[in-house]
Ligand binder design. Structure first.
Ligand code: ZN
Length: 306
């Protein structure tokens, strides 16, 4: 699943198109009406957690009418689609150059991706032996001559991006205190780390890697771990994610310590187990039972006597 750093890379792929106008739209998606994008200007892009937000819109003239674009409100199909600043809602006093925009939110599921000026090609044949190229969900052509292609993603219009930088692991404003508070609950730390309201942008790879780096067993309850251990875990979450993003921007592959490994770096047999909330999604978790000792209540909270 594309995690925070990957989605930021996707965002950078779209950067060269900011300011350009949409000239042609295609793709298999039924989640939005393709004609809603026609003639719109691609105005801005943001990443929050694992979501990419692209702003499309037009500019208002003095009469409060949109310039040269399709301004219809096309009965949005998504439940959370609430548009603001629609041309029809603007008053005649609207000043010139008032931006009218709405945001298209992309979530990339397990295998989603974005490409610029190229289509994805089949890497292997299907069961029948046919080589079938992946079907784009959305293709957007711009007046600069280039195009963006989106694969395997969900998309929906929304009024504004979800801005909560204090819970975005890649934001300088990420709130470590809030994260520490959440991790201290009597819940397995591997489940808290996947809570997007606190660790937005953290996914399964980051979770596995930082638990190993911090030598924390995924099923240890946050409430029985020493505060210093939880702080170390949070520091790893921040630095590992930032390093991954840096490597990604330099096209360097990520080196895994434990994720999908048979053995840990010390040569121990790695355990692979599906772990998740009782009624929630179970995610494959790799850990070393020797390097990452399971801490039970009363085990670790006692400081060593000298
Ligand atoms: Zn080990």
């Amino acid at each position: 699943m594309p995690e925070g750093p990957t989605v930021r890379k996707f965002c950078s792929v779209t950067s060269p198109f900011v300011g350009q106008r949409v000239t042609k739209v295609g793709g298999s998606t039924k989640q939005i009406l393709l004609q809603d994008l026609m003639g719109q200007q691609f105005q801005d892009h943001q990443v929050h957690g694992k979501n990419l937000y692209l702003a499309f819109g037009c500019r208002m003239n003095k009469q409060g009418k949109a310039d040269n674009v399709n301004t219809q409100d096309n009965g949005k199909s998504e439940e959370d689609c609430s548009l603001i600043n629609e041309p029809s809602q603007s008053t005649p006093e609207t000043s010139e150059e008032t931006p009218v925009r709405k945001w298209l939110r992309f979530h990339f599921g397990l295998y989603g991706s974005v490409r610029a000026n190229e289509l994805s090609r089949a890497k292997s044949g299907n069961k029948k032996g046919d080589w079938k190229d992946p079907t784009p969900r959305l293709i957007v052509h711009f007046d600069g001559g280039g195009f963006l292609v989106f694969y395997n993603c969900r998309m929906t219009w929304c009024s504004c991006p979800f801005v909560e930088p204090t819970s975005d692991i890649l934001c300088p404003e990420f709130d470590k205190e809030k994260a520490l508070c959440a991790l201290s609950h009597p819940r397995p730390v591997c489940i808290t780390l996947m809570d997007q309201s606190v660790f937005s942008g953290v996914g399964n790879i980051i979770k596995n890697e930082i638990l190993y780096l911090a030598r924390v067993h995924p099923l240890s309850l946050g409430s029985v771990l020493p505060v210093e251990t939880l702080v170390t875990l949070i520091d790893y979450a921040v630095t590992f994610t930032a390093d991954w993003l840096n490597d990604k921007m330099k096209r360097k592959a990520l080196h895994y310590h434990i994720y999908m490994k048979e053995q840990c770096e010390n040569g121990h047999q790695v355990v692979k187990e599906a772990i998740g909330p009782t009624y929630g999604l179970k995610r494959l978790t790799w850990y070393c039972p020797i390097c990452q000792k399971l801490v039970k209540s009363g085990d670790a909270v006692q400081p060593a006597l000298e």
